[in-house]
Each structure stands twice: as C-alpha cells, then as structure tokens.
Design a protein. Structure first.
Length: 337
C-alpha cells in the first residue's frame, strides 16, 4: 500500500468509525474490504478499539489508559465537530501496518505536512494537538494552529527552529549546539530547559514562559540587551517595538494545555475566544464589543464546546447561538451577543 492509498483508506476508515461516510464512500470501502482477504483482515484489525488504543500508545509513547482516553476523546470530537482533520489518525494506522510498521517522525512529516526540500515542517491544525520528538531527542508539544520548521541539518550543524503558533519545548542539553527558537524578530536561546513560547501572528505580543532551566532572549534588531529569564518568569515582547516586560507567574496557567487542560484566570473574553477557536476548531463571532473586555475564570478539561458556552453564558451574562455545519471542512459557527 503506497502513502496516497494509505491516506485515502485511512480517511474512509475514520468516516466509517464515526458513521459519517457518504453512500459512495461506504461502497468504495466495502468494495476494497471484500476485494481481498488481506484487506478484510487489515480492516478487522484496524477497527478493533483495543488495537487502535495500543497503536496510539506506541506512537505517542504513553500508557495504555491514556492512549484509550485519547482515542475515545477523538471519537467524541468527531461526532461533535465532524472535522476531517481529526481522521488523520486512521491514515497513520494504515500507514503503520501497510508499510511494515514504520514508526517515527517521518509519519508526522509525511502524513501531516507538505515538506519543502531540505526542510522539515510540522503543523498542528486548529482542533489538533501534537507531540513530537526532534532529531536531538528534544520533545515539542504543538498547540492548535501551530507550525514549526527546521533545516534537515538540525543537530548535526545547528538546532534552530522557526515557530508560528504556540509550543512547549523540553530541550535536551547539548552545549556545543545551543537550541534557538525564532519568533519573527525575537530569538529564544537555550541549552537545556523546559519552556513555553506563544507566537501567533494575529497576537500583539510574543510570550515566553520558563518552567525550569534558563533561557536568553534577544531581538534581531537589537532594540534591547539580551535578557535571561529565571524559572517562573514570563516575558512579553510587544511587536510594535515598545520593548520587553518580565513578570513572575504561575507557569501551569500557560503550560497546562499540553496535558489537555485549559486554565483561564481573569482572562479577557477576547483572549478566551482566540483560545477556544484554536482548541476546538470553531469560528466565534462577537456581536457586542463590550463582551471582549469581560473577564472569565475557569479550568476546563475535556469539556464539549456547548458546555463551555453555557458556562460563559452563566458567568458572564451573555447569550450565544451555535450553528453546526454539514460540511466537514467548515468549522462550527458560534455567535456571542
């Protein structure tokens, strides 16, 4: 089975699991399954829930209960959002089995992205969250709407990454090769540490939160001297050139997303809207401008978007409408007023 067929059949399987396949797709899958005995064996294996959980476990190197929880959570989101992007996990399973059990970073690179020559690009779309291992064994968690890119000479010549979006880095120490994250004109330089970087293009600031270790910040334009962060500090660099602000924070509020947890502490509704759009792959329109300045406090773990909107309605005294989409490429639309 080549990669193109793996992705195609994986998409069919994802639709079969979530009962969202069209009549033509149902017929195509049935024809493929019944056309060959090995196809039937593979289909039976890949629609076995225990097998899927075990493969996710092997792929993400997590324990079986967590793998099973991740799988059931994906199924729940399929039915809520009907997002084609989520069905890529099925394509990964076909790719693993059909091509001889190959597991590694190449799966992420080939299935999730179009890879430019001499460069590796990895993307987590809105509604997705990914965990990857870099060639130097550093670990990176990608939040929704995030892309990282690095040269294929990474680790052998340098350890430099370009980031658009939000990522948590757990960096392996290599003194001869400093680890550098490029966020437009802000650089984050480390040797070995754990930290979070948020660099969404639509945001006014680039934020760095240090969990442990040490990082150095510098700008390409050299508008301020290099500054070293200490654990528990958050740096906000304003894109308009006004400089850098450092403050002490509770780091878990900014890093808990990699564990599936969203924490809002006196967050403005404009910030809440952005995070929910990326987290759930929904489109939110705010009709009344006053809503943007309302403050919201909540800790959210595996909640449906409807439940979250009910909580916002109760705590912030607003109203909302949800319009589900019949087109899997079109996000759910929410209007707040």
């Amino acid at each position: 089975m080549n990669l193109r067929d793996a992705i195609k059949k994986g998409t069919f399987l994802g639709k079969y699991i979530t009962e969202t396949e069209s009549k033509d797709e149902e017929l195509d899958l049935k024809t493929w399954v019944e056309g060959d005995y090995e196809n039937r064996q593979l289909f039976d294996k890949l629609t076995n829930h225990s097998f899927i959980a075990s493969q996710i476990e092997a792929y993400d190197k997590v324990d079986t209960p967590r793998a099973w929880n991740r799988y059931t959570e994906k199924i729940r989101r399929y039915k809520l959002e009907k997002s084609l992007a989520q069905w890529r996990i099925a394509a990964i399973l076909f790719f693993i089995v059909g091509l001889g059990g190959f597991v590694g970073n190449a799966i992420v690179d080939f299935v999730y992205n179009e890879v430019p020559e001499n460069y590796t690009t990895i993307t987590a779309s809105n509604g997705e969250h990914s965990k990857i291992t870099l060639p130097d064994q550093s670990t990176v968690w990608l939040n929704g709407g995030t892309t990282i890119a690095y040269n294929n000479a990474f680790f052998s010549q340098n350890r430099e990454i370009k980031l658009n979006g939000e990522a948590f880095f757990q960096v392996t120490k290599q003194s001869e090769h400093p680890f550098v994250v490029h966020c437009d004109d802000l650089k984050v330089r480390v040797l070995g540490t754990s930290f979070n970087v948020r660099n969404y293009a639509e945001d006014e600031t680039v934020s760095v939160v240090l969990e442990k270790g040490a990082v150095e910040l510098e700008t390409n334009a050299g508008k301020f001297s290099t500054h070293q962060l200490s654990p528990g500090e958050k740096a906000d660099y304003e894109r308009n050139g006004k400089g850098l602000t450092i403050k002490k924070v509770e780091t878990s509020q900014y890093t808990s997303w990699k564990k599936g947890l969203l924490i809002f502490s006196d967050a403005t509704m404009s910030e809440v809207v952005k995070k929910l759009e990326r987290w759930y792959n929904v489109s939110i329109e705010v009709k009344n401008p006053r809503i943007n300045n309302l403050l919201f406090n909540a800790t959210i773990l595996h909640e449906d978007i409807e439940d979250i909107m009910e909580l916002i309605k109760f705590s912030c005294a607003i109203n909302y409408d949800i319009v589900l989409s019949n087109d899997p490429d079109t996000p759910i639309k929410i209007t707040m007023y």
